[in-house]
Design a protein around this ligand. Structure first.
Ligand code: UT7
Length: 331
C-alpha cells in the first residue's frame, strides 16, 4: 500500500485523569510545605493521584478510547500505537502493547518511546513520519504517566510538583495540504542527564535491598538548574520553529506549553512576546504530568473551543534527558 499522503492531521483527542484529588493542603500533612509555597513557586493547586489498581496502561487506554470516539474511528482502524511514558506498567512488554490489548486493536505496530516530558512531541513526529511513509493510515499516540509511583513522598522538593494522568491523539493521513502537523523542532542534550533522573531500577543499579534503603527508585531533581535550562531550551525551540516557518509569534492563536511551572511559562511568554492569555494552562488542576501534560492540555483546549479550525497552535516542551521540542499544528 502506498498512499503518498500530503499531510498528517489530528483527527481526534481524548484525556483521562484519576478521580482522586490531592490538594496542596493534603500534601502539607505529609511533608513540611504549605499551600502558599507550592502555589506561589509553581502555580499548582492540586493534582490527581491514581489508586493502586490503576496503572499507566489503564489511564492511557481510557484517554485513547475517548480519542477514538472523538475521531469517529474504531479500534480496527488503528495501525500504529505509540506510548510516551517514564512510568511504564513494567520494563517490558511495552505499555503500548498493553493498551493495544485493552482496546482490542488487532493489527498494529506497538512501541513505547521515552523522552520524559517532551515525549508526546517526540512520538508525534515519529508517528507522523511513519504515516508519511505511506504504509499506515491511522496512529494512536498516547502520553500517560503514573508519576505518583516514582515520587519520594518524603521529599518536599519534588513530591508537590507532579501528578498522574493520560492524554491521547489520533493522527491520520490526509490529502489536504497545509493542515495538521506542520513542523517539528526536537532536540536533546545528554550532558545534562543528571539534573532530573531516577537512578534505580535499570541495569546499572537494579533493585536490591540497598537500592531501596538508599531511595534510588524515586525521581531526583535539581529544580533550580532544571528551571533555567527549561526556559532556555523552550525559548530556543519556539523561536527556531517560528523562524523556519517565517511566522511571527502574533500569528499563533494558541500556545500549549508543558505544564511544569507557571513561572517558567510566564518567562517563556515574555521572551517570546506572546500575551499570557494565548497560553492554554491547566497545571493548577493537574500539576506536572510529564508526557501526559501536553496531550491532556491539547484535548482540553480543543474541547473548550480554544483551538478553532484553521488556527495555528504551537506546542512546546522540555524534560529529563535533557530533551525538548516544539511542534506547529494547524487544526
Ligand atoms: O518537567 C520538568 C520537571 N521539573 C521542573 O519543571 C522543575 C523546574 N524547577 C522548578 O519548578 C522550581 O525550581 C521549583 C518549584 C522546584 C523550586 O522553586 P525555586 O524557587 O527554584 O525554589 P528553590 O529550589 O530555590 O528553594 C527555595 C527554598 C529552599 O529553602 P532555603 O534553602 O531557601 O532555606 C527549599 O528548601 O524553598 C525550600 N523548599 C520548600 N519549602 C516549602 C523546597 N521545596 C519546598 C516545599 N515547601 N515543597
Amino acid at each position: 500500500m502506498s498512499l503518498a499522503p500530503r499531510s498528517v492531521v489530528i483527527k481526534g483527542t481524548g484525556s483521562y485523569t484519576p478521580a482522586n484529588i490531592k490538594t496542596n493542603d493534603d500534601l502539607a500533612k505529609l511533608v513540611d510545605t504549605s499551600n502558599e509555597w507550592i502555589f506561589t513557586r509553581s502555580g499548582i493547586k492540586e493534582r490527581r493521584i491514581a489508586d493502586e489498581t490503576e496503572n499507566t496502561s489503564d489511564m492511557g487506554a481510557k484517554a485513547a478510547a475517548r480519542a477514538l470516539e472523538n475521531a469517529g474511528l474504531e479500534a480496527s482502524d488503528i495501525d500504529i500505537v505509540i506510548v510516551a511514558t517514564i512510568t511504564p506498567d513494567m520494563p517490558f512488554p511495552s505499555t503500548a502493547c498493553l493498551v493495544q490489548t485493552k482496546l482490542g486493536i488487532a493489527n498494529a505496530i506497538c512501541m513505547d518511546i521515552e523522552a520524559a516530558c517532551s515525549g508526546f512531541l517526540y512520538i508525534m513526529e515519529v508517528a507522523s513520519a511513519l504515516l508519511k511513509s505511506g504504509s499506515y493510515r491511522n496512529a494512536l499516540i498516547i502520553g500517560a504517566e503514573k508519576l505518583s509511583s516514582i515520587l519520594d513522598w518524603q521529599d518536599r522538593t519534588t513530591c508537590v510538583l507532579f501528578g498522574d494522568g493520560a492524554g491521547a491523539a489520533i493522527l491520520s493521513i490526509s490529502d489536504e495540504a497545509d493542515v495538521g502537523l506542520l513542523d517539528f523542532q526536537l532536540g536533546a542534550d545528554g550532558a545534562n542527564s543528571d539534573v532530573l533522573f531516577m537512578p534505580g531500577g535499570g541495569c546499572s543499579q537494579p533493585a536490591t535491598p540497598a537500592s531501596i534503603d538508599n531511595r534510588l527508585h524515586y525521581l531526583k531533581m535539581r529544580g533550580r538548574e532544571v528551571f533555567k535550562l527549561a526556559v532556555k531550551v523552550m525559548e530556543q525551540a519556539a523561536k527556531e520553529i517560528l523562524e523556519q516557518n517565517e511566522l511571527k509569534s502574533d500569528q499563533l492563536a494558541c500556545v500549549i506549553p508543558h505544564q511544569a511551572n507557571m513561572r517558567i511559562i510566564e518567562l517563556l511568554a515574555s521572551r517570546l512576546e506572546i500575551p499570557m492569555d494565548r497560553f492554554y494552562l491547566n497545571l493548577d488542576k493537574y500539576g506536572n504530568t510529564s508526557a501526559a501534560s501536553i496531550p491532556i492540555a491539547l484535548d482540553e483546549a480543543r474541547r473548550e473551543g480554544r483551538i478553532q479550525s484553521g488556527d495555528l497552535t504551537l506546542m512546546v516542551a522540555f524534560g529529563a534527558g535533557l530533551t525538548w521540542g516544539a511542534a506547529l499544528i494547524r487544526c
